[in-house]
Design a protein around this ligand. Structure first.
Ligand code: PLP
Length: 234
């Protein structure tokens, strides 16, 4: 049986640390097949992002339509979209019956913005999807303090609020209609780019394989922890 397909819509980081290349690597590692559409091009090295250019929304829309027509897409991962026009074009084409994971990318870890437009456009994009913000992204989406439950009330099917950027032991909070669950594990002392991209892609791959969301989240956390473990300085 062939691997289930995941449609990945994300920005191209030519260094491969984050974005589309990292997403494709992750989807394959998790036993699924990536179909990749670039939503934005970035100028980026392994150290930091410098600038970006969104791809034309009609080109993105045509690419999505073509792939959905010809491929048996089982899950969709949306990462960096670049701007509000792209967020809306993608939103209009996300099929109701296919699980989608939306990572609301606003800026690189180095601080360079990767989205131009109001952050609420990304919340709109995540309606009915699994939203995976870090704390800074959750604050920007809510215009206040990060709260997975409050984000869930704004329309996503589920919210995974990632605690990795907080001081101390990192805790991820999963909010769904059935309640709130926390996932904690000791911090791994590694610096790595693209962990948010990889987590969302791994969740999408799990959903494409037919795993329930909770199992997909647990497997994705495991995958990212292994990725970090391999990068602990010796
Ligand atoms: N480049 C692209 C295309 C991304 O999607 C992202 C994050 O999602 C980044 C860069 C930022 O990666 P980092 O947070 O590792 O700087």
């Amino acid at each position: 049986m062939s691997a289930p397909a995941v449609l990945v819509l994300a920005g191209l980081d030519p260094s491969g640390g984050a974005g589309l290349l990292a997403d494709a690597e992750t989807v394959r590692a998790m036993g699924a097949r990536p179909l990749c559409v670039a939503t934005a091009l970035t100028v980026q090295t392994t150290r930091a992002a410098r600038r970006f250019q969104p791809v034309d929304p009609s080109l993105i829309a045509d690419a999505i339509r073509a792939l959905l027509e010809e491929e048996d897409v089982r899950a969709i991962k949306v990462g960096m979209v670049g701007d509000a026009a792209n967020a809306r074009a993608i939103r209009a084409l996300l099929p109701a019956g296919i699980p989608a994971v939306v990572d609301p990318v606003l800026a690189a870890s180095s601080g360079v913005p990767l989205f131009s437009g109001p952050p609420r456009e990304l919340l709109e994009l995540a309606r009915g999807a699994i939203l995976t913000p870090n704390v800074a992204e959750a604050e920007a989406l809510l215009g206040g303090s990060a709260d997975a439950g409050k984000l869930l009330e704004r329309g996503p099917l589920a919210v995974l609020l990632k605690g990795g950027h907080l001081a101390g032991e990192p805790v991820d909070v999963l909010a769904t209609a059935s309640g709130i669950e926390q996932f904690a594990a000791p911090r791994i002392p590694a610096e790595a780019r693209g962990t948010g991209c990889r987590l969302a892609s791994a969740i999408a791959a799990g959903l494409a394989r037919g795993d329930p969301l909770r199992d997909a989240v647990i497997a994705a956390r495991w995958h990212v922890r292994e990725y970090l473990q391999e990068r602990v300085p010796v």
